[in-house]
Design a protein around this ligand. Sequence first.
Ligand SMILES: O=C(O)CCC(=O)C(=O)O
Length: 334
Amino acid sequence: MTGSLSPGQVESFNREGYLILRGVLDKGTVLDPIVAEYAMVLDRLANELHERGEISSTYADLPYSDRITRIWAETGKDYTQYFDFTLPQSATKADTPFWTGPAVFALLRNEGILDAVESLIGPEIYANPVQHVRLKPPEQLLRASPTGEAPNNATPWHQDNGVVTEDADETDMITVWLPLTNASVENGCLVVQPNSHHEGLLPHCPSDAPARNRNGGTAGLHIPDAFLAPEEVSVDAVMEAGDILLMHRRTPHASHRNTADYVRWSFDLRYNPTGQPSGRSAFPGFVARSAAEPWTELHDPVAWTDMWLEARARVSGAPMPAFNRWDRSAVTCA
Ligand SMILES: O=C(O)CCC(=O)C(=O)O
């Protein structure tokens, strides 16, 4: 196999189901342009909210993280969709916001990321549309749920295979998770369960199922505790901006709560060998690298945005496939 990983790193990934690579992304040429792009989107959002009287100041003099934290604190709303480079799994509207800027596109095509991914799946690489920015707010800003439950913004334990449609179960999908700011246990870094991706797809339960997940996170699907290894074997993925985490599609992972007083900011990208089902066929991916047919690679960020605009027009108001194949009344969820 070609690519940038040593045989030992590939062997470690195959054994453990994850691998952290340090200092892959350059701050000046890769990360700073993303920060600048998001500062511009946030500026637009702050001006809109201020014009509508929803915030008392645009907080224009604050850096990105402080500025979005102040806006969350004042409105109590989560504006992640403004910044995300995908669409919601349901209820997309003709004007649902999203952000597919050139710096984000450049990250999806980043040579350091693609070289690492190539070592695991080969040189025909498709950028899978299951991709997100995560702006994890300080938990202290969140309000208690209507049932009085204390806020908990941990991401529950899951496998990424669990959030795609069944046709992609055998797709060799690699997750690439990367922080834009440091990721610590305090601010909600990822936590992975090593050496357990060999056990196949585990049951996942909807967030309102009686079977709870041990970290208490409520957003999205979770693997019931009975199917997880003891807590002591999990590994905290403490990372700095520039590092990347590679994960197998069946590696159980979660993230900690953000108990810091600032936002934890990260991206999760996914790649698979071109031609395999993406598991979100309504959304557009693209050929990021091809040794055999280089002319099929997408290099134009505007064309990428156009693909998402077309997808938004197509799916808005239309029924979407169910991404959750488990029912809350399933025996494992009861
Ligand atoms: O970033 C997070 O907190 C969760 C991300 C995640 O679970 C994923 O990328 O699958």
